[in-house]
Design a binder for this molecule. Structure first.
Ligand code: ADP
Length: 488
């Protein structure tokens, strides 16, 4: 795989602007690290606002022609890109694991998942229809969907491939062009995607990828969110940065989609099939070492199944294999960086000081490397603990015991977030009753793999707004134009 990635030059050390591979104007670069062992796996340009402006200008020029291409032709180009990305999925997954730390099978899953959006949106665009509103014989009232223009895409490190694929494919399919700024932790796979785009014949300027360090992110972000040439911004990341972007976009009244943090409840009622809840919990908690915005954050277990659930959970958690994501059989990789490890460790300490009970794990595993953290199960989590109020983004199962359905709903909704939620029950009436009351954009009932391409992904409250995926996903990047034809 190393040889193929080299031969194809999939590991890039330049940015992709207007169909060309370019350095930062200042020639500055920054290092990309493998969180599993701290080694440097690449160097990429550290662009500033001036470089970002060039990328926006390229996207704005390309928009003039890309929007005019018949949808069928865009479909064909995106399908070609899709099939090449599929062909190189192992190489992509390898880069992904090395820069993000996630286990290789998860990386392959992420690439397949990301690619499914390219395929889906390239087909969806063929089904966007306008409308003719009934009127008298002298007028025709038309409604059409038009692409909004240049879209800025800012993405995090936890799903460096699929977040870009999901946003970009919808935007491109409807005729928008993009400037993409991946996370400074994981810029390599994004640049590799651009390399394949170039090979697939996606016209110059249609996608542009710029990379910058954490230091330059605020000034680059500000340029991208305030440029008059930008029509919309799609952001996935922390609620804190999302609020900055929201504010900056208000100046130019830009279209905006924010996919921010979550604090998902994972509810198990007395009637649930506990074994199936355990399977779901392992998926919803430990994918990407707990570093997902839809990760189960608070486990709410009803008193009748509490002992059984906790006991089985501890057993499962102790079976997890921790290590370098490239090694066979590993299910838990490292956390992304030292700042994050520090946060997860502090959350654990906070809970213990306030009386939570640690049943297993919860320590740093220094013998494996600097960033490994032993998956933990903690009971007695209370609403004064950071494990309850904050997004953990790490492999800690924090458990709360509840008695009544009313308590459960109150605790579940007692957060400013509202992204995913999960509930396990065999009582059909209870399922409908509770699912309806949960304040969340997405509810998984007896199911945690609940987010395929055909469904709308997104949240409410401080988890953001806008939907990605599904037929709703394309409309995010279009505006409605109404035309009244008179004097007929
Ligand atoms: P995470 O820690 O999950 O990556 P962040 O919100 O810090 O969450 O980062 C998400 C993305 O936002 C990254 O690409 C990051 O570089 C970018 N970013 C960080 N600060 C800003 C900012 N002030 N303006 C625009 N983008 C930013």
């Amino acid at each position: 795989i190393y040889i193929i990635t080299r031969k194809l030059n999939l590991i890039r050390d330049k940015n992709y602007i207007n169909g060309e591979w370019v350095s930062a104007g200042s020639s500055q670069q920054f290092d990309v690290y493998n969180p599993a062992d701290g080694s440097v796996i690449g160097k990429v340009p550290d662009v500033d606002a001036k470089d970002a402006k060039k990328a926006v200008a390229a996207a704005a020029r390309a928009f003039e022609t890309w929007k005019e291409i018949v949808p069928k032709k865009r479909t064909k180009l995106l399908k070609k890109w899709f099939s090449l990305l599929n062909k190189y999925k192992k190489e992509m997954a390898n880069i992904l694991t090395r820069e993000s730390g996630k286990p290789l099978p998860e990386s392959i899953g992420e690439v397949i998942y990301g690619n499914s959006y390219l395929e889906w949106f390239s087909e969806q665009i063929l089904h966007i229809r306008g409308e003719i509103i009934p009127s008298d014989s002298t007028r025709k009232l038309l409604i059409e969907h038009h692409p909004i223009g240049v879209v800025v895409i800012i993405t995090p490190w936890n799903f460096p491939y699929s977040m870009i694929a999901r946003k970009m494919s919808a935007a491109l399919a409807v005729g928008c062009t993009c400037v993409i700024k991946p996370s400074e932790e994981t810029p390599l796979v994004a640049l590799a995607m651009a390399k394949i785009a170039q090979k697939s014949g996606i016209p110059k300027g249609v996608i542009n990828i710029i990379t910058c360090s954490k230091r330059n992110a605020p000034s680059v972000g500000n340029l991208l969110c305030t440029s008059p040439l930008v029509s919309g911004v799609s952001f996935t990341g922390s609620t804190q940065v999302g609020k900055i972007i929201y504010k900056q976009c208000s100046k130019g009244v830009k279209r905006l989609a924010l996919e921010l943090g979550g604090n998902a409840p994972f509810i198990v009622f007395n009637s649930a099939d506990v074994n199936s809840a355990i399977d779901g919990a392992m998926e919803a908690k430990f994918r990407n070492c707990g570093q997902t915005c839809v990760a189960a954050n608070r486990f709410l277990i009803q008193d009748g199944v509490f002992e059984e659930f906790v006991c089985k959970m501890v057993k499962e958690v102790e079976r997890l294999k921790i290590g370098n994501g490239l090694n066979e059989g590993v299910n838990i990789g490292p956390l992304i960086n030292e700042a994050h490890l520090k946060k997860v460790t502090e959350l654990m300490e906070d809970a213990r000081c306030k009386g939570a009970k640690l049943l297993t794990g919860g320590k740093q595993l220094e013998k494996l490397g600097k960033l490994f953290f032993q998956p933990a199960v903690v009971t007695g989590v209370k609403n004064n603990m950071r494990l309850y109020t904050e997004e953990i983004f790490g492999p800690i199962v924090g458990v709360i015991k509840f008695e009544t359905e009313e308590d459960c709903v109150r605790i579940s909704n007692g957060t400013n977030y509202g992204l995913a939620s999960y509930l396990f029950s065999k009582d059909v009436q209870q399922i409908f009753r509770v699912a309806r009351k949960l304040e969340a954009g997405m509810v998984g009932v007896n199911e945690c793999r609940a987010f395929p391409v055909e469904t709308p992904f997104g949240g409410i409250k401080e988890s953001g707004f806008g939907r990605e995926g599904s037929h709703h996903g394309v409309l995010e990047y279009t505006y409605i134009k109404y035309t009244c034809l008179g004097d007929l």
